[in-house]
Design a protein around this ligand. Structure first.
Ligand SMILES: *[C@@H]1O[C@H](CO)[C@@H](O)[C@H](O)[C@H]1NC(C)=O
Ligand SMILES: *[C@@H]1O[C@H](CO)[C@@H](O)[C@H](O)[C@H]1NC(C)=O
Length: 333
């Protein structure tokens, strides 16, 4: 399925405001403080960016900005954590190799990581920034069909012909080699129930607009009346060294699988733990900052690269592995 996407030029003319910034890798490991709190060795591997208060469990009563001593993000007051699964290449001999990540155009110096956006609103309406303790998940790692994946409207892949490709988003993994890599795009829901900082499934306290889209300024449903910024991750997987089709499965299918055992791509999901210091994010949203934001403190990408954690569970994630980390089985439908 194809998504028609606003080009950056359209963004620039229609939107008065958005924050767009780079966060380098904090750590790649099997921790999941939302779904498996307290467990060292969650079922699947994640790549995590943001503040170094990230841990196996994260108490919602404690602001990450009070615990963290550094962040990998270029907005220096952002101690949030953002994470996704990790992409692996499956070789013909059945072994798995982790696919490296790379920075976007302009963010090439970053150590892996992602590009993060916060968009306040497509007209100048007021938007309520997240509160201390807020967290959410978009997508579902058990999904393997397009019908399921459609529940989350805006989890897609871009087959990068070059680093500026921004059209042709699909909901499933690209089926042909992508010259410059595969970008996974995760846009979170933009309406909040106004009460709950989290929910048992980490998703039902947020919702999509009841008609239209966030981009068309659709209204929030009455159950989730509070407009929140649109959080959006772009993650670029540098698949280029696996593009030779002689390395691909002999039946012509694509060779990439997610660390949660998904060869379809429909289980795409992302996690968010809010951690901006004080009201810095609200200020930035109110100021209608566009990309950069003089109201916020920044640090260089090089400084962000210095913030890192070591793995709490030491295991090989980078060799030619006989199984995915944690022994996660792969499913194809
Ligand atoms: C992570 O949690 C453990 C206890 O579960 C604690 O000892 C440690 O200091 C925490 N690390 C960070 C970076 O907060
Ligand atoms: C499996 O295939 C990969 C890629 O061709 C290769 O690098 C690796 O050494 C192979 N492993 C085994 C055990 O044959």
């Amino acid at each position: 399925m194809q998504w028609s996407v606003l080009s950056l030029a359209l963004f620039a003319s229609n939107v008065q405001a958005l924050l767009r910034f780079s966060c380098s890798q904090l750590v790649v490991e099997r921790l999941d403080p939302l779904v498996n709190p307290g467990t060292i060795g969650s079922p699947h591997l994640h790549q995590i960016i943001g503040g170094n208060a990230f841990n196996a469990s994260m108490d919602p009563q404690i602001a990450p900005s009070d615990q963290a001593t550094c962040t990998t993000c270029t907005f220096a007051e952002d101690f949030s954590n953002y994470w996704t699964a990790v992409l692996y290449f499956k070789a013909r001999n059945g072994t798995y190799k982790r696919v490296p990540q790379k920075g976007n155009v302009g963010f090439e110096q970053s150590n892996g990581g992602m590009t993060v956006y916060y968009t306040p609103s497509y007209n100048k309406g007021k938007v309520t920034a997240f509160k201390k303790g807020f967290r959410m998940i978009v997508g579902n790692p058990t999904y393997r069909t397009e019908a399921q994946a459609k529940k989350y409207r805006q989890l897609t892949y871009t087959c990068l012909k070059d680093m500026n490709t921004r059209t042709g988003e699909t909901m499933d993994m690209p089926k042909q080699p992508c010259k410059a890599g595969i970008m996974s795009n995760l846009r979170f829901p933009t309406c909040w129930d106004g009460v709950n900082l989290d929910s048992p499934d980490h998703s039902s306290h947020v919702a999509y607009p009841s008609s239209g889209t966030f981009e068309s300024n659709g209204p929030c449903p009455s159950t989730h009346p509070v407009k929140i910024p649109q959080v959006f991750y772009e993650v670029i997987w540098d698949t280029t060294k696996f593009n030779d089709k002689s390395l691909w499965p002999e039946d012509g299918s694509q060779p990439f699988v997610w660390s949660y055992g998904d060869a379809t791509g429909y289980g795409n999901h992302g996690d968010y733990v809010f951690g901006w210091k004080g009201d810095a994010l609200q200020k930035a949203m109110d100021a209608d900052c566009n990309i950069n934001c003089p109201q916020l403190k920044t640090q260089s990408i090089a400084q962000g690269n210095k913030c890192a954690q070591s793995m709490k569970l030491k295991e090989d994630i980078d060799g030619w592995l006989t199984e995915l980390p944690g022994g996660m089985p792969v499913t194809y439908k």
